[in-house]
Design a protein around this ligand. Structure first.
Ligand code: NAP
Length: 273
C-alpha cells in the first residue's frame, strides 16, 4: 500500500534533456520506494513542450503540474515555488537543474553575459532554495543542484560557466552546513558529456562523437537517465545521511587526464562501447 503522504519534487528545466530524465527517474525511484509522487515541472515559459511533458509524466501514474518562469528573475524564482506548493503541497525535493553555458573568452566577455551566466546557473539555486526552505524544513526534504564537470576542471572558452558551476557546488556545500539543523540535505551532481537536445548537434557529427567517446574511460557518452538516477538517489531516503556532497556522473572522464600522458608504461586502454 502506498504511503498516504506523497513526495513532491519541483524540477527546473524539466522540459530539457536532463530535466526530463530527472523527472522520470524520480517517478521510478518513488515506485521502487512504494511512494506516491507529484512532479512540479518547471519551464521558462508555458506552452506545448511543457504540456506534452506533463501528459507523459501522468501516463506513468504519477501526478504532475506545470509551473513557468524565468529563473534569472528573483521574483519569478519565488513565484515558481509558491505556485508549486499551491498545486502539490509542501515540497519534499527541490531539483535545480535549469542552466546553460555561454561560450566566450574571458579576455573580452561582456559583463552582461557574466551576470546572466551566474544568475541562471548559480544565483537561481540560492533563490529557489531560500523560497523553498520553510517547506523543506517541514518535510525534512532535500535540494539537489545540477552543476557540471566544467565546475571541477577549467573549461577554456566557456566564459563564466566554469566559475558559475564551481560556485554552485560551493553554494550547495555551504547550504548543506547551514540547513542541516533544519533537516534539509543539499547535494550536487556533476554531469560529464551528456547527449541531450542541447548538445545533440555536436553528436550528429560521427567523427566528433567517436573522438569524444574515446576520451571517456567507460566508453560512451552519458545519457539523461544516468544523471536522473544520481539525482533520484540523492533525493531518496537511501541518501538520508548524505549532505554537502558532489556526485560526478561522467564515465570517468574528469579523472582521465593523467592517463593521457604519453610515454608511461601501463596506461590502460579506453573501454569501447
Ligand atoms: N548536456 C550536457 O552535456 C551537460 C553537461 C554538464 C552539465 N549540464 C547541465 O545540466 C543542466 C541541464 O542541461 P541540458 O543538457 O538538459 O540542457 P537543455 O536541454 O538546454 O535544458 C536546460 C533547461 O534549462 C531551462 N532554462 C534555461 N534558461 C532558463 C531560464 N532563464 N529560466 C528558466 N529555465 C531556464 C530551459 O527551459 P526551457 O526549455 O523551458 O526554456 C531548459 O529546459 C544544465 O544546468 C546544464 O548546465 C549539462
Amino acid at each position: 500500500m502506498k504511503s498516504p503522504t506523497p513526495l513532491h519534487a519541483l524540477v527546473t528545466g524539466a522540459t530539457g534533456g536532463i530535466g526530463r530524465g530527472i523527472c522520470f527517474a524520480l517517478i521510478e525511484q518513488a515506485r521502487k520506494d512504494d511512494m506516491r509522487i507529484h512532479i512540479s515541472a518547471a519551464a521558462s515559459q508555458p506552452g506545448d513542450r511543457l504540456d506534452r511533458l506533463l501528459d507523459e509524466l501522468r501516463a506513468t501514474g504519477a501526478t504532475a503540474s506545470g509551473v513557468a518562469g524565468d529563473i534569472t528573475d528573483p521574483a519569478e524564482c519565488l513565484a515558481l515555488v509558491v505556485q508549486a506548493q499551491a498545486q502539490g503541497g509542501d515540497l519534499t525535493a527541490l531539483v535545480c537543474n535549469a542552466g546553460a553555458s555561454g561560450p566566450g573568452r574571458l579576455a573580452d566577455l561582456p559583463v552582461a553575459q557574466w551576470d546572466r551566466t551566474f544568475n541562471l546557473n548559480t544565483r537561481s539555486a540560492w533563490l529557489l532554495a531560500q523560497a523553498a526552505r520553510e517547506q523543506l524544513a517541514r518535510t525534512r526534504g532535500s535540494i539537489t543542484a545540477v552543476a557540471s564537470m566544467s565546475g571541477l576542471t577549467p573549461h577554456p572558452g566557456y566564459g563564466a560557466y566554469s566559475a558559475a558551476k564551481a560556485a554552485l557546488i560551493m553554494l550547495c556545500r555551504q547550504l548543506a552546513q547551514e540547513w542541516a539543523s533544519d533537516g534539509i540535505r543539499v547535494n550536487t551532481v556533476c554531469p560529464g558529456m551528456i547527449r541531450t537536445p542541447l548538445t545533440e548537434a555536436v553528436y550528429q557529427d560521427e567523427a566528433t562523437l567517436h573522438q569524444r567517446q574515446a576520451l571517456v574511460p567507460l566508453g560512451r557518452i552519458g545519457r539523461a537517465e544516468d544523471v536522473g538516477a544520481a539525482v533520484a538517489y540523492l533525493a531518496s531516503a537511501a541518501a538520508s545521511y548524505v549532505t554537502g556532497q558532489n556526485l560526478v556522473v561522467d564515465g570517468g572522464i574528469s579523472d582521465h587526464m593523467l592517463t593521457l600522458i604519453p610515454g608511461r608504461p601501463g596506461t590502460p586502454p579506453v573501454a569501447q562501447d
